[in-house]
Design a protein around this ligand. Structure first.
Ligand code: HEM
Length: 401
């Protein structure tokens, strides 16, 4: 079998879209540090290479450091080239400065404080579908839950939550691999409205602080350093972009796995503490984010292979979690697996800031869902994956309560 390359390792490929492990296994076995000159990137599929690459502080995440013939430079729009960068695509010291100024808002204590709100939002969403014969779990539950929770954390007024939900969902189209002029225009319009909203909210908090995350970002000060309005707007956008669809997909993928494995679901229902195991196993086997990016600043070796300066090194988080060198029978969903090591939240200095929030939302959300609808079952409608360059989730998940 030939080494999969180019479009064969993208969502445009039917096999990759529906059975990505087939492509990952072929790459891992035949060319685990694969240089793909069609799209311009290097694909890593071994857990060991992904782990060391994510942690390597000498690697960059800034698209400015990518060579002209890489996928990163080829796909960048003018807006992305010239617009402000979030910390996800900045290197230290800029990255460390921004991360330090918001990190306390996502620590264990902050997440403990938000848990009752998550519970209330989950219950309200479940109330809304009670009595229906069937519902789409993504549209009615997994999608609105993280958006409404982050809206509450940021301090979005109740009257604005409808608009905020629409703009937050619109943002996700930035990951569409099909970038038509219409889509780009729609994306810009959506981004402009969201930014204008955040600018108004920041001005209001500067005049009269409240007890919310936008006020905290306005007030934060360390050694005389503060966040500018533009930096706060960019940070708010990043939180929505990095946190919403990812958490939706985690909830969707985990519910799907459990409904397909009734014996394991029965154990989770008998002991909801086991939900944490089901969530970690989902993050390992069917993670919401498929890949992350690192860029070498000089010619070097990765996994024993030469990789040139400016290369777009794609760390396949999904392939790494499914590596047979790390996990026996890796494609089996098994909440009893003792070692559930995964890379779903990336690694090193860019390790996901929102991981504790995402885990809390998934755990509470699923606990409330199965408590409310103990007989929840799939309707048998076909399950289709989203076509997205970065995210891995299902379009719809029809269930019977
Ligand atoms: C299951 C849900 C989530 C998954 C799978 C996920 C995954 C990731 C991944 C893979 C990265 C890049 C890490 C790297 O390249 O090493 C990342 C970064 C990030 N995530 Fe998440 N994420 C999730 C939820 C959230 C939530 C809920 C938030 C906040 C509301 C969030 C905020 C961020 C931020 C701010 C970064 C950038 C961190 C940095 O550059 O230092 N994420 N996430």
């Amino acid at each position: 079998m030939s080494v999969p390359t180019g479009l064969e390792v993208t969502v445009f490929d039917e096999v990759f879209r529906n059975r990505p492990h087939e492509r990952f296994d072929a790459l891992r076995e035949q060319d685990p540090v694969h240089t793909d000159r069609v799209l311009g990137r290097v694909l890593l599929t071994r857990a060991a290479d992904v782990a060391t690459t994510l942690k390597d502080r000498s690697l960059s995440v800034s698209p400015d450091n990518a060579a002209a013939d890489t996928i990163v430079q080829r796909l960048m729009t003018l807006q992305e080239r010239e617009g402000p960068r979030s910390m996800l695509s900045l290197d230290d010291p800029d990255h460390a400065r921004l991360r330090r100024l918001v990190t306390h808002a996502f620590n264990a204590r902050a997440i403990e404080a938000v848990k009752p709100r998550v519970r209330d939002v989950a219950d309200e969403l479940l109330d809304a579908v009670a009595g229906q014969e069937r519902f789409d779990l993504i549209e009615s539950f997994a999608s609105p839950l993280p958006i409404i929770v982050i809206a509450a954390m940021l301090g979005v007024d109740a009257a604005d939550v409808g608009d905020f939900r629409r703009w937050s969902k619109g943002l996700a189209n930035v990951f569409s691999p099909i970038r038509t002029p219409e889509l780009l225009a729609q994306l810009k319009d959506n981004a402009d409205q969201l930014s204008a909203y955040f600018e108004r909210a920041i001005a209001e908090r500067r005049a009269a602080p409240r007890d919310d995350l936008i006020s905290a970002m306005v007030a934060v000060e360390e050694s005389g350093d503060r966040l500018t309005t533009q930096e706060i707007v960019t940070m708010c956008n990043l939180l929505l972009l990095a946190g919403n669809l990812t958490t939706t997909d985690l909830i969707g993928n985990c519910v799907l796995a459990l409904l397909r494995h009734p014996d394991q679901l029965a154990r989770v229902k008998a002991d909801p503490a086991r939900l944490a195991d089901a969530i970690e196993e989902t993050l390992r086997l069917d993670p919401p984010v498929v890949q992350s990016l690192r860029i070498p600043l000089e010619d070097r070796e990765i996994g024993g292979c030469p990789v040139r300066k400016g290369e777009a090194v794609t760390t396949y988080l999904m392939a790494a979690g499914q590596d047979p060198a790390l996990h026996a029978d890796p494609l089996r969903f098994d909440i009893d697996r003792a070692d559930k090591t995964h890379f779903a939240f990336g690694g090193g200095v860019h390790f996901c800031l929102g991981a504790p929030l995402a885990r809390a939302e998934a755990e509470i959300g699923l606990a409330r869902l199965f408590a409310r609808f103990p007989d929840l079952a799939l309707t048998g409608d076909p399950i289709e994956r989203n076509i997205s360059a970065a995210f891995n989730g299902v379009k719809e998940l029809w269930v019977r309560p």
